[in-house]
Design a protein around this ligand. Structure first.
Ligand code: HEM
Length: 137
């Protein structure tokens, strides 16, 4: 996957807004996720603080390396392998995507136009595809 310079800038602009409010944003993410899909809550064993921090770290990596995402493919292969062990089913990847877009909508409303939403969706889709492919390996 290759994003244009303009697309990379848009990804980063949204992310700057969100990371500057990382505690509230990551809390909101899990609140939304467990409201929409309460049945997956038992799969999450880490304490909330650690969980939120790891989520923000990986999103930060996706945003800051958006211009060279192919160079860190192995990170997502390994993340996907761990997700097989966590019991993360394929059907929940779109749920995570929608929740992420809700977070962006709430915490970066001025930077999130339709085209920016599409670019983040593409980036998330790329990462999800790599992770999901580990389910059949
Ligand atoms: C692109 C999509 C996703 C990303 C980037 C992502 C990212 C992460 C990260 C960074 C962790 C921290 C632990 C680690 O690095 O192994 C994690 C843990 C976890 N994720 Fe995901 N995830 C995604 C999708 C999903 C989906 C669809 C599910 C469905 C149930 C899920 C369930 C879990 C669970 C159960 C844990 C274990 C946390 C714990 O034990 O508390 N994830 N995820």
């Amino acid at each position: 996957m290759k994003l244009s310079d303009d697309e990379v800038q848009k990804v980063k602009a949204v992310w700057q807004q969100v990371i500057s409010q990382k505690d509230e944003a990551s809390k909101y993410f899990y609140d939304r996720l467990f409201t929409i899909a309460p049945e997956i809550k038992p799969l999450f064993k880490l304490d909330g603080v650690r969980q939120r921090s790891l989520l923000m770290d990986i999103l930060n990596l996706m945003a800051t390396r958006a211009d060279r995402i192919n160079e860190i493919e192995e990170t997502f292969v390994n993340l996907g392998i761990r997700h097989v062990k966590y019991g993360a089913e394929e059907k929940y990847y779109p749920v995570v995507r929608d929740v992420l877009m809700d977070v962006f909508d709430k915490f970066a409303p001025n930077d999130l136009d339709d085209s920016t939403k599409q670019i983040w969706t593409k980036l998330h889709g790329h990462v999800s595809k790599i992770m999901i492919s580990q389910l059949s390996n």
